[in-house]
Design a binder for this molecule. Structure first.
Ligand code: PXL
Length: 282
């Protein structure tokens, strides 16, 4: 069984980061291991929340896992609690990166043109440095603009602009860049990726639904990481993750009592498992 190490916070309530990564990765048939970066009462879009930093514990955990000779097929990072913590996460890369495994970094730090509470441009620059050391990155457009230090361009962009963002991101060091939340048509939303090794772009779009929800970036990144552990191409893994994210939003909209803070990924998991079965070689 493939083993994934997910490094991000645990928000007790909020359907994001580890409370998404753990169930989604497990449902996809991979072993989900974690190094929590912080414990929050709820994610930072809530009006108030507690935040307990785990930086010193991360180093102890990393050291112990290394001592126990544990290795991982993928390291998947998300929300990191502070500037200082990014150096510690970089050490996790150094300790656990091998020729065979992959590092997927989601620079979970911004959306809708703004950084999350508590982050500033220095943090964004440091996160950019971390992403340059990953094999695959999955920023949304806001995060990509911060990473490239260019103004947020809202929803007015064309294909050439998105392609340039991807190429510029790849020049920072990561060789497979995925931009999420890309939309050129009113009713379509999806991803574009750039493979710097083959200099090729890939695009995949699904339905654009009227509402947007917190946590969809984490749903997408978790499903994409899980899919990368299956015997399928990166492009098919992207399709699977986009479709799952849309299914999660649809499931949420079907629920009259849905929560504003996250999507109902739980009810979309059976469909995801069905799709995975369809990808398995007989
Ligand atoms: O979904 C990204 C995320 C993860 N973790 C925390 C967050 C957010 C987004 O707001 O606040 C703590």
């Amino acid at each position: 069984m493939k083993r994934i190490l997910s490094v991000q916070d645990i928000s007790c309530v909020g359907k994001c980061s580890l409370t998404v990564a753990l169930p989604v990765i497990s449902a996809m048939g991979a072993e989900a291991c974690v190094i929590p970066t912080a414990v929050l009462s709820c994610h930072t879009a809530f009006s108030d929340f507690t935040f307990y930093d785990l930086t010193s514990e991360i180093e102890r955990i990393t050291h112990m896992l290394k001592k126990q000779n544990i290795d991982f097929d993928a390291i998947y990072t998300g929300y990191i609690g502070s500037y200082e913590q990014i150096d510690v996460v970089e050490k996790i890369f150094e300790e656990f990166k091998t020729d065979k495994n992959i590092i997927i970094a989601d620079p979970a730090m911004a959306d809708y043109g703004e950084l999350y509470k508590g982050f500033d441009r220095n943090f964004a620059a440091k996160m950019t440095e971390l992403c340059s050391k990953a094999d695959i990155i999955v920023p949304n457009i806001t995060e990509a603009c911060y990473m490239l230090d260019i103004p947020y361009i809202g929803e007015k962009y064309d294909r050439n602009f998105i392609r340039k963002i991807l190429v510029d991101l790849s020049m920072q060091g990561c060789k497979y860049c995925v931009l999420t939340g890309v939309s050129f048509e009113d009713d379509k939303l999806g991803v574009m990726s750039y493979d710097a090794q083959t200099k090729s772009f890939f695009e995949y779009y699904s339905e654009k639904l009227p509402n947007s929800f917190y946590g969809t970036g984490d749903v997408f990144a978790s499903a994409f990481t899980g899919a990368l552990m299956l015997d399928i191409t990166r492009e098919n893994a992207l399709k699977l993750a986009v479709d799952f994210t849309v299914d999660c939003i649809k499931a949420t909209l079907k629920n009259n009592e849905y929560h504003w803070y996250g999507v109902d990924f739980e009810t979309a998991i059976p469909k995801l498992i069905e799709k995975i079965k369809g990808t398995e070689k007989p």
